[in-house]
Design a protein around this ligand. Structure first.
Ligand code: ZN
Ligand code: ZN
Length: 374
């Protein structure tokens, strides 16, 4: 009996200490609609660890990404700048190898990458999907880039407007033309950390470069972004599925957009379906006959707010000049001055532009809201 009681106490204590401490981590999902038969993947292709000049161990980058709702990351430690090398003596593939098992377990796609880190020109370049990063350690920067190409890497220009390297004006150098013409340079960061480079967006449009927006994390993520006025930027990739091969194919096919602090930049062919996919009219039909005031409920089911400004008045009725559709909220707007003629129509048309959805040409995205009546 005594034995049994003792055993019971042991079991009880085991539960007391083991079970309640088994707390889970929490992931914040980011809701952005899938479009055109593609999955909308949230990606960050630029960050550092203690294997170069970052402050954290590679697995921490995976955990941060998971908690912050990302699907894909690339740890891109510097090839030529490794200030912790006296303490961490490892080859250039090591940060990837350390993070990979956890990434697999957590369902984060980890893309093998490095940052080619040179003075301007050509500055800093990320090479994604490298097969062996060690072979990119070359005296000559161009040879490193050729090696990246031979490994099938996707190469993009990092922080092209970084003041340390472009102090006076942001310049496109002949070296970048050389990389572009050789089919090596495929993309450009239009946003890095907390900085937007409108000029890089112009270059992307002119030269058909893929646009990217990345964190370039060195500190722990929560230290670098407070989540309120500074959110972690990301590259949206419209991919057939969540595999490394499909993500690479999507990048090569120029299927990206960049999200930073509630501004979304990308090709119209992606932005329009994102807006349409995020918006639902709550009231199915207005039934306007014999009414002169009606309310329309619009639900934004995404995590991107939409800031709408009227771009041309509607015919036969009035609607607000400005509408803000906050994330995951329903907004009721008033339609007034409805003419008898409009009350008989089957669809009412409203014409806006979204001031926080910017096309690759740098223009606000025009959006129409068609409201069924009758
Ligand atoms: Zn850099
Ligand atoms: Zn970097």
């Amino acid at each position: 009996m005594k034995m049994l009681i003792r055993f019971g106490i042991i079991v009880y204590l085991a539960f007391l200490f083991v079970v309640p401490t088994a707390k889970g981590q929490i992931r914040k999902e980011i809701r952005i609609p899938d479009i055109l038969g593609y999955q909308t993947l949230k990606c960050d292709f630029h960050m550092h660890t203690v294997f170069s000049d970052g402050d954290v161990w590679p697995t921490v980058r995976v955990q941060e990404a998971w908690r912050e709702g990302l699907d894909v990351i690339a740890i891109s430690d510097h090839i030529e700048y490794r200030p912790h090398s006296e303490d961490i003596d490892a080859d250039l593939n090591r940060s990837y190898e350390v993070a990979k098992p956890l990434a697999d377990q957590m369902g984060i796609v980890l893309v093998p990458a490095v940052e080619i880190t040179r003075n301007m020109p050509p500055g800093h370049l990320n090479a994604l999907f490298v097969k062996n990063a060690n072979l990119l350690e070359r005296e000559d920067w161009y040879e490193a880039c050729v090696e990246a190409k031979e490994q099938g890497a996707f190469v993009f220009w990092n922080h092209p407007g970084w003041e340390v390297q472009q102090p006076d004006t942001m310049k496109w150098w002949p070296e970048h033309s050389r990389l572009l013409n050789a089919g090596i340079l495929k993309g450009i960061e239009i946003y890095n950390d907390k900085q937007f480079y409108p000029k890089a967006l112009n270059w992307a449009q002119e030269k058909n470069l893929v646009i990217l927006g990345n964190s370039d994390l060195h500190e722990p993520s929560q230290q670098q972004y407070n989540g309120e006025d500074q959110k972690r930027p990301m590259t949206l990739v419209f991919s057939l599925d969540k595999t490394e091969a499909a993500i690479k194919a999507a990048l090569l096919d120029n299927r990206t957009a960049v999200l930073f602090n509630d501004t979304l930049i990308g090709d119209r062919r992606f932005l329009t379906p994102i807006f349409i996919g995020a918006i639902q009219l709550k009231s199915k039909k207005l039934n306007l006959q014999n009414q002169d005031i009606k309310y329309l409920q619009i639900y934004n089911n995404s995590d991107i707010p939409f800031k709408l400004q009227q771009r041309q008045p509607s015919v036969g009725f009035s609607c607000p000049k400005e509408i803000i559709l906050p994330p995951n909220r329903t907004v009721s707007i008033e339609l007034t001055g409805i003419s008898d003629e409009v009350a008989q129509m089957t669809t009412l048309k409203m014409f806006y532009e979204a001031t926080n959805l910017i096309t690759k040409r740098g223009e606000n995205l025009p959006v129409n809201i068609d409201v069924p009546n009758k």
